[in-house]
Design a protein around this ligand. Structure first.
Ligand SMILES: *Cc1c(COP(=O)(O)O)cnc(C)c1O
Length: 315
């Protein structure tokens, strides 16, 4: 059974994705729902979660075009930078990461990993980084992009979205039960929008915003609505501000400890714990408000991010 990504081909990736386990959750934190977690954190130990899906068509595109280098950008704890560095090493691409902010005296554990995986790091000031959507961004950072495939921050391009749509189709094909809802954590909202456009229409996608990025999420969802063949109505819950990006609060940490003890599913503190926490609160609300006619089945997609746990700042 293929689980890890050892070969760069679409067939291999699809097989690995089809083998991602669905884990049924037994926990008193979620009474009255049949909760399952799709363990996309396990698709590969290094190229993990939704970032694996956003990368696959980027990697295939670079290979098809005969390009030997991947250039991308992100912050010091970016899961996308980490996954790109790992993918480059695994599949034989040079990788260059343009990193937001001055080079610190001591690199974050994540950036140390990226370097160890062979990624060349180019640091740019926060002001320069803000111009990351401009065509001259790489040149200004001193990065030569001839022979290179540029992947925007977070894997947010057409190829990234196409990979996420693959995830939606695979969930449709492999789901162990009929799910009513599919929950996941949202940063930019690209994953939510692209997934929503490919999931079976009987499944309601629900995104939990973990950052103050309503504008970008609204734009991502609007794009998918405009481009979708069917009526799209993903739900967004602005529930994740608990102390800000990358920070955690006592109540979240307590929830995380309890969840991890009861389910043995590890969560990261930036994204997945907030999706699970929001789902728990939603279930508690529902219990009070509605007399349900059937027990809802909910799928939570584990979008990965576990490498980032090392960056936890307690608040
Ligand atoms: C990047 C990331 C997300 C957010 O994905 P978007 O497409 O930006 O919404 C969610 N969870 C994890 C673990 C991530 O690394």
């Amino acid at each position: 059974m293929i689980r890890y990504l050892t070969e760069l081909s679409l067939e291999h990736f699809i097989e690995a994705a089809r083998n991602v386990p669905y884990q049924q959750i037994q926990s008193d934190l979620f009474p009255d729902v049949d909760l399952w977690v799709r363990r996309d954190d396990l698709i590969d130990p290094l190229i993990s979660g939704n970032k694996a899906y956003k990368l696959i068509h980027n990697l295939l595109e670079a290979k098809e075009r005969g390009l030997d280098t991947l250039v991308t950008c992100g912050g010091a704890w970016s899961n996308h930078i980490h996954a790109t560095a790992a993918a480059g090493q695994r599949f034989g691409f040079n990788t260059i990461g343009i990193i937001r902010g001055e080079r610190p005296p001591v690199l974050s554990a994540m950036l140390q990993d990226a370097e160890r995986l062979g990624m060349e790091l180019q640091f740019v000031s926060r002001a320069d980084y803000r111009r990351r959507h401009q065509p001259d961004f790489c040149a200004n950072a001193g990065v030569n992009t001839s022979g290179a495939w540029f992947i925007p921050e977070g894997g947010a391009n057409q190829q990234g979205a196409e990979g996420v749509r693959l995830l939606g189709r695979i969930i449709g094909e492999t789901r162990p039960v009929e799910f009513d809802e599919c929950w996941l954590a949202c940063g930019t909202g690209l994953t939510l929008g692209a997934l929503a456009s490919a999931l079976p229409s009987s499944i309601q996608p629900v995104g939990v915003a973990v950052l103050k990025a309503e504008q970008s999420i609204a734009e991502a969802l609007e794009f998918w609505r405009a481009n979708s063949q069917r009526y799209l109505k993903p739900v967004l819950i602005n529930d994740g501000y608990h102390g800000g990006y990358g920070k955690s609060t006592e109540s979240l940490l307590a929830f995380q400890r309890q969840w991890e003890r009861q389910t043995e599913v590890p969560l990261d503190h930036v994204y997945t714990v907030k999706a699970a926490f929001a789902l728990m609160r939603h279930c508690a609300q529902n219990e009070k408000n509605i007399r349900k006619t059937h027990k809802e089945s909910v799928l939570m997609v584990h979008t990965g991010g576990l490498q980032g746990k090392r960056g936890l700042i307690k608040k």
